[in-house]
Design a protein around this ligand. Structure first.
Ligand code: PEP
Ligand code: MN
Length: 345
């Protein structure tokens, strides 16, 4: 149920209604929009209280939320959410370009990549220090040493760091270094991790599980939002289908579909989505054409020797070309790729 406040409702009226919702045993989730404030009232038996809330001061109307996800829904917040984290801005008119290796392998590898992607115009840096690998015998990441390398790369280039956290017990550690916590496809339904990442207060990049539906993705986002963290970016990274010509199947219709359903920004990962370096740039452009708010691309100084996902990683030169094309696509779509100066709104 959403309590829609009138335009110009006073802070006292809003506070009063938040308290009313709480008194009815429901969880209030106020969203302060530019136009008006709405208070989502979450909990069981919420519809029983509709009429009593309707008569509150400053209330325009009380309407049921039809979607199974509530706080993530566009019904609750019609205007698009913009997520800002250090140099990164994602959402509405801004497109974030997140680039870097699959895994942090060494200081030299990470710093050279950070410099190259910055030069090409990336707006944030990616790199996994904790790697969820299909095989326990594969490289598992440098862990805290990798986080320190990422922080050094941020210090030098100013690029915000996006890095994965794979366990709730590592959230504090990773949040101590990262600007954005990435929750990977394998962990999309690890609800304890979602809640813990939500409570950390750091922006979260939530990747779609390879067999998760759109509703499941949005309900996973809801766990993070309900922990009081509004800064969630959804990421379409491809799903498992019968098709074997690509590593996963990248359904770009997810982007406009999600934009209809949710105010949260949508990032596309054409690297995991295709699994082939040669397909990454065309699909990055296609993602922007479909309205993506960000693209996350794997880049490596020498893809052939990468410890993970080399076959889908771009060289520095290829990434430079990808950026040039993505910029043209962004222009065509009336969107901007900008490196934000942290501290500015
Ligand atoms: C990654 O970004 O390197 C990664 C492991 O992605 P996903 O969780 O989408 O497989
Ligand atoms: Mn990878």
């Amino acid at each position: 149920m959403i309590v829609v406040m009138k335009r110009g409702a006073t802070p006292q009226e809003i506070e009063h209604m938040i308290q009313r919702v709480r008194d009815l045993g429901l969880k209030p989730h106020p969203i302060y929009g530019t136009e008006r404030t709405v208070i989502a009232a979450i909990g069981e038996k919420r519809d029983e209280h509709r009429h009593s809330l309707e008569s509150g001061p400053g209330v325009a109307e009380v309407v049921p939320i039809l979607a199974p996800y509530k706080v993530a829904s566009r019904e609750v917040k019609p205007e698009s959410t913009v997520v800002r984290a250090g140099s990164l801005t994602v959402g509405n008119s801004y497109i974030g370009m997140i680039a870097g290796p699959c895994s942090v392998e060494s200081e030299e590898q990470m710093l050279s990549t950070a410099r190259a992607v910055k030069r090409a115009g990336a707006t944030a840096l990616r790199g996994g220090a904790f790697k969820p690998r299909t095989s326990p015998y594969s490289f598992q990441g440098l862990k805290e040493d990798g986080l320190k390398i990422l922080a050094a790369a941020r210090d030098e280039t100013g690029l915000a760091v996006v890095t994965e956290v794979i366990s709730a017990s590592d959230v504090d550690l990773v949040a101590g270094y990262a600007d954005v916590l990435q929750i990977g496809a394998r962990n999309m339904q690890n609800y304890h991790l979602l809640e813990t990442a939500g409570a950390s207060g750091k922006p979260v990049l939530l990747k779609r599980g390879p067999s998760a539906t759109m509703d499941e993705l949005l309900l996973a986002a809801e766990y993070i939002l309900n922990a009081g963290n509004p800064n969630v970016m959804l990421c379409e990274r491809g799903i498992r289908t019968f098709e074997a010509h690509t590593r996963f199947t990248l359904p770009l219709a997810s982007v406009p579909y999600l934009h209809e359903r949710t105010h949260l920004p949508v990032v596309v990962d054409p690297s995991h989505g295709t699994g082939h370096a040669s397909l990454v740039t065309p699909m990055a452009c296609a993602a922007i054409a479909a309205g993506a708010d960000g693209v996350i691309i794997e880049v490596h100084p020498d893809p052939e020797t990468a410890l993970s996902d080399g076959y889908q990683s771009l060289t520095f030169e290829q990434f430079g070309k990808a950026m040039a094309l993505c910029r043209k696509m962004a222009d065509a779509m009336g969107r901007q790729i900008v490196v934000r100066e942290p501290g500015r709104g």
